[in-house]
Design a protein around this ligand. Structure first.
Ligand SMILES: Cc1cc2nc3c(=O)[nH]c(=O)nc-3n(C[C@H](O)[C@H](O)[C@H](O)COP(=O)(O)OP(=O)(O)OC[C@H]3O[C@@H](n4cnc5c(N)ncnc54)[C@H](O)[C@@H]3O)c2cc1C
Length: 411
């Protein structure tokens, strides 16, 4: 089968790899001048930095099949919570907000509608958190699933000894209350980082795809359209003839131009601050490690420390709500709180717009339009999933379903 994959980020590359291995004739179309999407590293005159807190899971590393290109590490993380005037909590086995007192869950609000409704289920204790989370978007408009990437899908109540019992007794409590790793009695899951950074990994992936016969088209933005019920794809002046399309990139043009569904949810505006930890820093943790930060006095959301090219580095994500100098001051304060000391060197500040949020009606559209997309030969890119593994699995399952129904499972 002729398969056209749109988008050369991780999802598109892994999908192209799987389809080529299955014997399909694959082309991969990418609007930028190289493969990699959001995983591409930040290069500065000081060196290379990760473009955020990225690491791969076992399933991805197994699919690639190059374990020697990765460093394996226990996926450990911590959380800093400073949402009111009751002090700062730093925990080393949970990335969720740590809320004081007992968990008193309200019965009434739905926990499977908007993000705000779900947070309202915690009652008054979530008020500071709801205020803090505003830069992520209008919580009253966002689907509750968007709380996952914000690390707000569950809250942690460390003083409440009844949490394990509550979770056993009620599905609702189980959905809302977090259990830190140590109480789960589990060691951290394994995770992997590419030894020479993600950009190098994509160079190898590109070569592998070419060796498997995949036609890679860079600088080739694809536009879909529909006329008299006939679906077509063009890139610049070229018409693309294909049996199946896997649309892994931004769904806006597809949903808007082909199905008349406009996606309104705005992106999240963030900044990424990257740099080097001061030489001889004594880390209180073993890197790679990240802290999720819930701090009403700073714009910092996540701080990631790791070693790359023999240097201890950091990549920190902040809300884009203050100027760069203030963001760097906020970050240095958070680094002190996390026990990293001072003297660190900022290398670059990069602005980012993240298209990861969606409303409940947009989520419904992803679901209800899927059968119509499949009828047109379009496999949707698992946009409702945040995790890489989940996106690729979602696509693989729809692709096999489509291939079986329309092409008798042939290659
Ligand atoms: C800071 C951050 C941290 C994250 N951490 C994790 C994590 O730890 N684990 C995890 O599983 N997920 C994480 N995610 C989610 C992660 O982004 C995705 O799971 C995945 O890596 C995104 O890859 P993608 O290929 O789906 O999208 P992208 O990387 O965005 O790739 C899409 C590609 O499509 C191209 N494109 C766009 N429009 C067109 C067009 N019309 N025609 C052709 N090409 C087009 C773009 O140029 C881009 O290269 C994180 C996201 C961010 C932003």
């Amino acid at each position: 089968m002729k398969v056209t994959v749109i988008g050369g980020g991780f999802t598109g590359c892994m999908t192209a790899l799987e389809c080529a291995r299955e014997g399909h004739e694959v082309s991969l179309w990418e609007s930028a001048d190289r493969l990699g999407g959001v995983l591409l590293d930040i290069k500065t005159e000081n060196g290379t930095y990760f473009n955020g807190c990225h690491y791969l899971r076992q399933a991805s590393v197994e699919s690639l099949g190059w374990p020697d290109d990765f460093v394996e590490f226990p996926h450990e993380y911590g959380g800093v919570t400073a949402l009111n005037n009751n002090g700062i909590r730093v925990l080393d086995d949970t990335a969720q907000p740590s809320i004081e007192g007992a968990a008193k869950l309200l019965d009434a609000p739905s926990i499977e509608d908007t993000a705000l409704e779900r947070l309202n289920a915690y009652g008054l204790c979530a008020t500071d958190l709801i205020q803090w989370a505003k830069p992520f978007g209008d919580l009253a408009q966002l689907d509750w699933r968007c709380l996952g990437p914000m690390q707000l899908a569950r809250l942690h109540f460390p003083e409440d000894v009844n949490v394990p019992r509550l979770k056993m007794e009620s599905h609702r409590a189980d959905q809302l209350l977090a259990t830190p790793r140590r109480l789960r009695g589990q060691t951290a899951d394994p995770a992997w980082l590419p030894k020479r950074g993600y950009s190098q990994l994509f160079n190898k992936l590109e070569k592998t795809l070419i060796d498997l016969g995949v036609s890679i088209r860079l600088r080739s933005p694809v536009k879909p359209s529909i006329e008299a019920g006939l679906f077509s794809l063009r890139s610049r002046t070229e018409t693309i003839n294909t049996d199946a399309v896997v649309w892994t990139s931004n769904p806006h043009p597809l949903l808007n131009r082909v199905f008349g569904k406009h996606l309104d949810t705005p992106p999240i505006f963030m900044k990424l601050l990257v740099g080097d930890l001061s030489k001889g820093s004594q880390l209180p943790v073993s890197p790679p490690y990240y802290w999720q930060v819930f701090d009403k006095s700073s714009c910092v959301v996540r701080l990631y420390v790791y070693e790359l090219a023999g240097v201890m580095r950091f990549s920190a994500e902040t809300f884009d709500i203050v100027d760069d100098n203030t963001a760097w001051r906020d970050l240095q304060r958070v680094m002190q709180i996390c026990g990293l000391g001072d003297g660190h060197k900022l290398a670059s500040v990069v602005k980012q717009s993240r298209y990861v949020n969606f409303s409940p009606s947009e989520f419904k559209a992803f679901e209800t339009l899927t059968p119509r997309m499949l009828e047109l030969g379009v496999i949707p890119g698992g946009w409702q999933h945040y995790g890489r593994v989940e996106k690729v699995r979602h696509i693989a399952s729809l692709f096999h379903q489509f291939n079986k129904t329309h092409h008798g499972g042939c290659t």
